[in-house]
Ligand binder design. Structure first.
Ligand SMILES: [Fe+2]
Ligand SMILES: [Fe+2]
Length: 362
């Protein structure tokens, strides 16, 4: 039902085993033994997945058409409430801290940058080198994968605790409620959150194949995750709406960052990546062409971040106690998500109604 094509291939008979996620890059197993070539110990996710079941080891995620990949715009949601303003301020502070940590000076390119060498621009803090970009992206993605899993966990626990379906986001109004009843099982928000969490983790797994983080970097990630997970967990219990707004603003930053990376790559300012092939794991995950390059990967990742931006800002516009998840049955394509920051509540209502009409026509 999703308007972008689904990345889930049909499951073939006997294809029930799930491979690892491709984090290991050495030839040794976790026990330190050399891999004997057994499917149990082969280290690469891609190499363990037979061609016929490619993509079945992941949750739903959109695969974008070439036109959709280019349809993304850097947009900003104006804060409306005090909570929105607090969420935005928190993201700005986090961004500043992140810039310091990743040694990013955020200096705008000088007007005559085309006459200057890449090395000069790097030495003077105008652009990052390949390592700088990867450091920045890897840190971003280790954090970005947390909120979706926290939100899904909380809603999952609530469902268990209250012994009922993930009942939030149920029934925009009484008229719709009748229709929703038939499809209620599909309206859970847990799945949308889980899909986002896995999607972010796949970004991390992909970029991990390009750089092995140092021990100090891993220590910082460990500390950051410990703090962020617990803070976000508590915050989500108090105000899921504000948390989705916070993630929406975080995703705005992600779209901005990847757009900048794409622009610099297209301008020849990251020469190491100009003809570098996209990692094999990304060709599988995003259904890229076999000869895809880093640029294709960056476009796909930016589109994912645009989806997160749109979904989280839209959810933040709804009432978590009463409203359904409008994206449980389908998602707008990138021509909408890329050019519109979110659905307001009435637009979400119209979208759900339209989804139901489409189903009833079938
Ligand atoms: Fe991401
Ligand atoms: Fe994201």
């Amino acid at each position: 039902m999703h308007s972008s094509s689904c990345a889930r291939a049909s499951i073939k008979a006997g294809a029930t085993t799930k491979p690892s996620d491709g984090t290991a890059t050495s030839k040794e197993t976790s026990q330190g033994r050399k891999s004997p070539g057994s499917p149990l110990t082969t280290e690469s996710a891609v190499s363990t997945v037979p061609t016929m079941v490619r993509g079945d080891w992941v949750l739903f995620h959109p695969v974008y058409s070439p036109a959709e990949l280019k349809a993304v715009e850097v947009l900003h949601q104006e804060p409306k409430t005090v909570a929105d303003k607090a969420a935005k301020a928190l993201v700005i502070i986090s961004r500043k801290l992140f810039d310091v940590f990743s040694l990013y000076k955020a200096k705008p390119l000088p007007p005559n940058y085309k006459e200057l060498s890449v090395q000069y621009l790097r030495d003077n803090g105008y652009i990052l080198d390949e390592k700088g970009w990867l450091r920045r992206i890897l840190f971003l993605e280790t954090i970005a994968g947390v909120p979706g899993m926290v939100a899904a966990t909380i809603r999952h626990l609530q469902s268990l605790r209250l012994m009922r379906r993930d009942n939030g986001w149920y029934g925009l109004n009484q008229r719709l409620r009748g229709m929703v009843g038939v499809l209620n099982a599909c309206f859970h928000r847990i799945h949308t959150c889980l899909e986002e969490a896995e999607n972010e983790r796949m970004h991390l797994m992909t970029f991990m194949t390009l750089r092995r983080p140092s021990l100090p970097f891993r220590a910082i990630i460990l500390a950051a995750q410990g703090v962020f997970y617990n803070l976000f967990f508590l915050s989500y219990i108090i105000s899921p709406k504000t948390c989705h707004r916070f993630v929406g603003y975080l995703e705005e930053e992600a779209v901005y960052t990847y757009t900048k990376c794409i622009n610099e790559l297209e301008a020849g300012l990251i020469p190491e990546w100009t003809s570098k092939p996209a990692p094999e794991i990304s060709i599988d995950y995003w259904r890229l062409s076999p000869d895809a390059k880093m640029l294709d990967l960056l476009y796909a990742v930016r589109s994912d971040e645009t989806t997160h931006r749109f979904v989280n800002h839209s959810l933040a516009n709804l009432n978590p106690e009463t409203d359904v998840n409008p994206f449980a049955l389908r998602e707008p394509d990138m021509h909408t998500k890329g050019k519109k920051i979110s659905f307001e509540r009435d637009e979400a209502e119209a979208y759900v109604k339209n989804s139901h009409d489409l189903i009833e026509k079938k």
